[in-house]
Design a protein around this ligand. Structure first.
Ligand code: PDD
Length: 283
């Protein structure tokens, strides 16, 4: 079935969907985005994703392109028109079209694009064996809490990881602490069995999956701490995993050249994964 995209007020065939060459997203990466998982035709954690979209926009003084309710209706239409059952919706809002000039233009209408993509369930092998991550220096700006479409350092990090056969990159600050993955949040379970992930401030994106996992962590009985952890601590960890809207909870069994513990996905990770999936399917 041909895909349909929403572009600035119109539903158009995905292959014929275009934006203007002077869209500030194209010229300055002046925009933000959301990736919202879809399960059984419904957006997962829709309100939290829209809250984060509104936050990212307000930090950049870009107005919402339409009311929240109208945006929800556009997303529902895009899901329906694409007959999407499981996958994700991508929304992108840019400041709009204006002659190229660094300062924010006055009186422009933000541009909105919404697309949908069907995805296959995660491969069983990934859950059975876990994935590898490669550490790279974190060379990004200091407002990683804004879900900006300016993702070149993230792309460079992911490419470096993939070239070495890893699934994801873990970005590391000058002080040796891990911030997050190129498009995922980073977690470890320490030798003492404590679940650790970085506190959400300007250093990382406050992942919606991250929030969902923290919601269910208490129910699984695991102790958790929100604090930075170093790459060295991760090498010695009992378990590690990553989270995102497109990967849910994915076990990590190798960090650089080292196996995480015995090289198998750990029980805390798998319990959290089950609890998280129950949480989002029952919501
Ligand atoms: N990425 N950190 C970064 C840098 C991200 O880009 C993402 C999401 C996350 C996880 O956030 P969430 O749980 O809300 O998906 C953390 C999306 C999936 C992407 O860029 O495709």
């Amino acid at each position: 079935m041909p895909r349909t995209a929403y572009v600035n007020g119109q539903y158009v065939p995905h292959n014929d969907a275009f934006v203007h060459i002077e869209d500030r997203g194209y010229q300055f990466a002046d925009g933000v985005y959301e990736v919202v998982p879809v399960l059984s035709g419904k957006l997962v954690d829709e309100e939290r994703h829209l809250d984060r979209l509104e936050y990212s926009l307000s930090e950049l003084s870009i107005p919402m392109p339409m009311s929240r309710r109208a945006l929800q209706l556009v997303c529902a239409k895009v899901i329906e028109r694409n007959r999407l059952t499981n996958g994700f919706v991508y929304m992108q809002v840019t400041r709009g079209v204006a002659p190229r000039d660094h300062k924010y233009p006055k009186n422009v209408k933000p541009a909105l694009v919404v697309t949908a993509k069907q995805t296959k369930p995660q491969a069983a092998k990934i859950l059975e064996e876990g994935v590898a991550v490669k550490s790279v220096p974190d060379i990004r700006w200091h407002r990683r809490d804004i879900k900006s479409i300016s993702l070149l350092p993230n792309c460079m990090a992911k490419q470096a990881a993939v070239e070495e056969g890893a699934f994801e990159a873990w970005m590391v600050e000058g002080d040796g602490t891990v911030t997050e993955g190129s498009s995922t949040n980073a977690w470890i379970v320490t030798k003492d069995g404590v679940l650790v992930t970085r506190k959400a401030n300007h250093d990382i994106l406050n992942g919606i999956t991250r929030l969902g996992v923290l919601d269910v962590a208490g129910d699984t009985g695991v102790k958790f701490e929100e604090r930075p952890f170093t790459l060295e601590e991760a090498y010695e960890a009992r378990e590690a995993f990553l989270t995102s809207s497109t990967n849910h909870i994915t076990p990590i069994t190798r960090i650089d050249e080292r196996s995480v513990a015995n090289g198998k996905p750990g029980s805390v990770t798998l319990n959290l994964r089950e609890a998280y999936l129950n949480h989002i399917t029952s919501a």
